[in-house]
Design a protein around this ligand. Sequence first.
Ligand SMILES: Nc1nc2c(c(=O)[nH]1)N[C@H]1C(S)=C(S)[C@@H](COP(=O)(O)OP(=O)(O)OC[C@H]3O[C@@H](n4cnc5c(=O)[nH]c(N)nc54)[C@H](O)[C@@H]3O)O[C@H]1N2
Ligand SMILES: Nc1nc2c(c(=O)[nH]1)N[C@H]1C(S)=C(S)[C@@H](COP(=O)(O)OP(=O)(O)OC[C@H]3O[C@@H](n4cnc5c(=O)[nH]c(N)nc54)[C@H](O)[C@@H]3O)O[C@H]1N2
Ligand code: SF4
Ligand SMILES: [Mo]
Length: 661
Amino acid sequence: MSSAIVTCPLCEATCGLRVTLDGDRVTNVRGDDEDVFSRGYICPKGASLGGLHHDPDRLTQPLIKRNGMHEPATWDEAFAEINERLPKIVAEHGPNAVAVYLGNPSAHNVSATLYGRTLIKALGTRNIYSASTVDQMPKHFSSGYLFGDPLTIPVPDLDRTMHLLILGANPLVSNGSLMTAPDVRGRLKAIQARGGKIVVVDPRRSRTAELADEHHAIRPGTDALLLFALANVVLDEDLADLGGLAEHINGLDEFVTLAKQFPPEAVAAHTGISGDEIRRMARELAAAERAAVYGRIGTTTQAFGTLASWLVDVLNVLTGNLDREGGAMFPLAAAGQANSAPGPRRTFASARWTSRVRNMPEVLGEFPVATLADEILTPGEGQVRSLITISGNPCLSTPHAARLDEALTHLDFMVSLDIYLNETSRHADVILPAPSALARDHYDLALYGFAVRNVANWTPPTLATDIPQEWQTLLRLAALAVGQGPNADIAALDTFVAAEVARRYDLDPAIAGDRVGPARLIDLMLRGGPYDLTLKDLEDAPHGIDLGPLTPRLPGVLSTASGAIELAPEAITRDVPRLAVLLDTQPADEMVLIGRRQLSSNNSWMHNVASCVAAITAQRSCTPSMPRGSGSRTEPWPASPRAPALCKRRSRSPTRSGRAL
Ligand SMILES: Nc1nc2c(c(=O)[nH]1)N[C@H]1C(S)=C(S)[C@@H](COP(=O)(O)OP(=O)(O)OC[C@H]3O[C@@H](n4cnc5c(=O)[nH]c(N)nc54)[C@H](O)[C@@H]3O)O[C@H]1N2
Ligand SMILES: Nc1nc2c(c(=O)[nH]1)N[C@H]1C(S)=C(S)[C@@H](COP(=O)(O)OP(=O)(O)OC[C@H]3O[C@@H](n4cnc5c(=O)[nH]c(N)nc54)[C@H](O)[C@@H]3O)O[C@H]1N2
Ligand code: SF4
Ligand SMILES: [Mo]
């Protein structure tokens, strides 16, 4: 028996886990009590890491489609096939004929985060799509214009706040998003234990709403109206207190004028929350000693997602809670965070180009995935004829998925980098698998930028694998795209990538010694980062390094052209008239569907991993007797850890498809 300490890469919470092994067989996975951030917390998904690794359905070798059937192939055969078919399409139809879809797990995978970019650059296509446009893109957009950088997103200072207003998030099930915080339940209960208050705005009485002190069942899609009305009260009743923020703000007068249109009584019918209630919510928010407003996917994937995302932060500003302890703060990550990079920083801009068919603006270099099918199905110059998916299952996870599913049958050539043959990869001519989460190294490059405490943790691979690491596969594809053929010198390409990263930090790449791949890049980023860490420091600290609570970062964190927070940027406020129109209409008498997540599945996948099947079945069939918030603490944070309680029943779901998010 042996054991290894890993960071779970399955969601944003970054829990530290202890994996027990018998040879190369995982026998147990539990929370790592000594993890500096998660202190023993684990959820049913994390407990399934072993099941995921040993899942007999997981792909371990490439598949090539011949005569409509997927057949196992060697890596050389797979790359030869791609080399024969992909460059031809680019040569004949130009780079935009190849589209790329980056799925959610690529944000939890340093190989994809760091080397996906290299492939995209090599392809030179503008047809880039990702899960962001069915998720948090409005928040990137609003943050880009408010603060100058789309990744400069404030997070609630959970461990110190006294009043938390949550809109459209259910972190008791999702384990938190754009708010990296293991054991959210424990942290929320700690707010209550110290005399604070939690208010949840959600059409549904979610688990988080049940735990909260107050729940408002808002009509879906009307958060921008509610938030505007809250701001209206704060301003109208003279409750605004900008404190030290005043000197860092532009556009306050414009905002005051806009908010005048939205008194609480005018939005009550649409939101389903009375004027009196809204007034009370605003007064309590403004009066709280330390408060944070936090909006998540319920506020982003809706018709007024950009306005709602923007207004969340405007409220944090008006109440003086932005960038102060217990308010909404800017994390300072140890590696790779754009808003702490040395030298001048680029100011965010969108709509630098638009999509061919529906003229949709790019944001962060991407088009909305909702229009990918249009680009495939509409003939003409620039039509998408080939698709590369990287850990994505858009045939289940994107709007009008059935249409995309049909569109993919019209492609000339498709490659999927995926660990399963599923609803999307079944269309691929070549499927290239990746090592399981336990057979690769891991660092939460993207998510530490949204963590409620500054931490850093590195995970080396626990298990050996014959499957090439995904960064190697991505570099091989990049080499094909630039005409270097299937046998290009990957090591040389990797050294080239490392030199680029080193240049950004004015470092000599040789400083990283003989490391290669993500380890070398992370080492360089840590060295160039704000804490002067090295990868060796993290290797010596398997339970992570705690870099302390969040600290104020204004004005240095800003990269707007003015150097100030732009409270009323035109790119956002031009959408306000569309919202104001609602005030003159009656609320529509229609049914609106909203999404719901499962504690034991992960977006479009994981529901077939045996232990998750068991947990989902358990949740469905024995909901009343399931302990609430299994896998969580019941005592205030920090406290002793507890393992999740899972029903032991086991059954296998009959099909791979059908159980979406
Ligand atoms: N109806 C509805 N639709 C939704 C949502 C919803 O709530 N409701 N949520 C939206 C959100 S928030 C998101 S983020 C998107 C997510 O949608 P997608 O971007 O499609 O991501 P997943 O559904 O997580 O699919 C992950 C894919 O990656 C594969 N995979 C897992 N690990 C790896 C790996 O290490 N390497 C490789 N190469 N592949 C891997 C899996 O087999 C699976 O095919 O869905 C969105 N769509
Ligand atoms: N177990 C599990 N965990 C996950 C995932 C998973 O699939 N399973 N997916 C991961 C991913 S990719 C993400 S992005 C995160 C998302 O994490 P969260 O943002 O916490 O996502 P949800 O759990 O979908 O919670 C969204 C809430 O918004 C509510 N809602 C819907 N429409 C509206 C509206 O118009 N207004 C308001 N105010 N509320 C609304 C819904 O009822 C729901 O309770 O979760 C991550 N964690
Ligand atoms: S909450 Fe669960 S899935 Fe998310 S990191 Fe922790 S153990 Fe993994
Ligand atoms: Mo997501």
